[in-house]
Design a protein around this ligand. Structure first.
Ligand code: URA
Length: 209
């Protein structure tokens, strides 16, 4: 079974409060999502392998460690996942970015794929799937399956807020995928929105609605 890591650092909790607040406008919302994504990147990349290299400081030669050329890929689920990309790229500038477009059918709540553009070598990359909200888990399960069908073998999922139902669905469908979340909320409402959640992440990021 994959692990579920809840990143409850005080800075993340603090920023998440203002992300949730309905009075936070799009500009601040985007900045906060970017900041929380950066803070989460710190933990999501904790197991990246390191290697020793030789360097010279101004006063001595020494061995020091750098990330061992691990190839990373970020895969935002369109459109709300886009809000998490910049924060991640700030810390992982060499990562390639693939996009998967899925929308939720408003009646069945099932994910429908409408766009996909991925790095060619995804089978060699550690992929981090980005979506602020893990509600029913349908989109995440479908996106991860989609990446596996294209050859990906090493996948992590990163969400800001998850409902327990979504965590269970992803863990059941993809037990090899570790999930990193900033908060876990009580439940879903009849429209499959997370309660208390933050509303529609895409609308809040892009000022639509
Ligand atoms: N997607 C959102 O943007 N918000 C939710 O609460 C659930 C899914």
């Amino acid at each position: 079974m994959g692990k579920v890591v809840i990143l409850d650092h005080p800075l993340i909790k603090h920023k998440l409060t203002f992300i949730r607040d309905k009075n936070t406008g799009s500009k601040e919302f985007r900045e906060l999502v970017k900041e929380v994504s950066m803070l989460m990147a710190y933990e999501v990349t904790r197991d990246l392998p390191l290697e020793d290299i030789n360097i010279e400081t101004p006063v001595a030669e020494t061995k020091s460690q750098v990330i061992a050329g691990k190839k990373l890929g970020l895969v935002p689920i369109l459109r709300a996942g886009l809000g998490m990309v910049d924060g991640m790229l700030n810390l992982l500038p060499a990562a390639k970015v693939g996009h998967v477009g899925l929308y939720r059918d408003p009646e069945t709540f099932k994910p429908v794929e409408y766009y996909c553009k991925l790095p060619q070598d995804i089978e060699e990359r550690e992929l981090i799937v980005l979506d602020p909200m893990l509600a029913t888990g349908g989109s995440a399960v479908a996106a991860i399956q989609f990446l596996k069908n294209k050859g990906a073998t090493n996948i992590k999922l990163m969400n800001l807020i998850a409902a327990s139902e979504g965590l269970e669905e992803v863990s059941k469908a993809h037990p090899d995928v570790d999930i990193y979340v900033a908060g876990v909320d009580e439940r879903l409402n009849e429209d499959a929105y997370i309660i208390p959640g933050l509303g529609d992440a895409g609308d809040r990021l892009f000022g639509t609605k």
